[in-house]
Design a binder for this molecule. Structure first.
Ligand SMILES: [Zn+2]
Length: 244
């Protein structure tokens, strides 16, 4: 893993001086790493991340891990707001949905795995708190996207990825209401997603289901809940000590 330093001015103190306990993964949504780096170091743009991983596996170190980088924006997970104060953020070079989602090259994934393993060795970050930007901001963000190799990362000890499970239950989709929708919202919220507890399958619920599919079941991206997704969510909740 080749690491280059390119300090970004876009960082500040972590609120309360707390240590990071989350790892948030992004794609850059740019045509190349040069475009991403221009943004991530611009005083005007006021965004950053701790690291950028280029398609050739080069890792660019932008912000010291003790500092609060500005990558997450508005978002939440369980009781956690101000995700920037609680997390390490990594941008992974990819054209994204904006410029043409592309597979992540093996050499890039290998570098990302090494980087993540080192970060997880330095900070007490639980597997269930290795998340995508779309998980913590499902109504605003789609990154790192449905091609992101979450299963490969989980096999390397980074984050959670449910096994192939199927479960009973019919389809639950936007516009439906009632106890089944309320139970779905309760379970998504228990795991961590910010979902309204309205017992109505509203557009925000759809956005959360899509975020769940992008991360844990990318085979289908239709915003419709099924017994298979419920079985995977139940498995994920069981992996969260004290919060399941
Ligand atoms: Zn992002």
């Amino acid at each position: 893993m080749i690491v280059q330093a390119l300090p970004s001015p876009n960082h500040n103190d972590r609120a309360g001086g707390i240590d990071p306990d989350m790892l948030i993964l992004h794609y850059t949504d740019t045509v190349d790493a040069a475009e991403a780096l221009a943004l991530l170091t611009s005083r005007v743009a006021e965004v950053s991340a701790h690291y950028l991983v280029d398609t050739d596996g080069t890792v660019i170190h932008l912000v010291q891990e003790r500092r609060r980088a500005w990558h997450a924006g508005r978002g939440s997970w369980r009781t956690r707001g101000d995700i920037n104060s609680r997390s390490i953020g990594i941008e992974v070079q990819n054209p994204g949905h904006r410029c043409g989602l592309a597979p992540f090259p093996d050499i890039q994934v290998a570098a990302l795995i090494t980087l993540c393993q080192r970060i997880l060795g330095r900070w007490p970050i639980r597997p269930d708190l290795v998340l995508g930007h779309s998980d913590i901001a499902p109504t605003r963000k789609r990154d790192p996207g449905e091609l992101f190799p979450w299963a490969t990362l989980a096999a390397a000890g980074i984050g959670l990825y449910p096994p192939d499970l199927t479960g009973p239950g019919g389809r639950i989709a936007e516009g439906m209401r009632g106890p089944l929708v309320f139970r779905l919202q309760t379970d998504l919220s228990r795991f961590g997603y910010a979902v309204p507890m309205t017992a109505t399958f509203c557009p925000v619920t759809t956005a959360v289901v899509l975020a769940f599919q992008r991360h844990y079941h990318p085979e289908r991206l239709d915003g419709v809940w099924t017994g298979t997704l419920q079985a995977k969510l139940a498995w994920l909740i069981r992996q969260c000590p004290g919060e399941g």
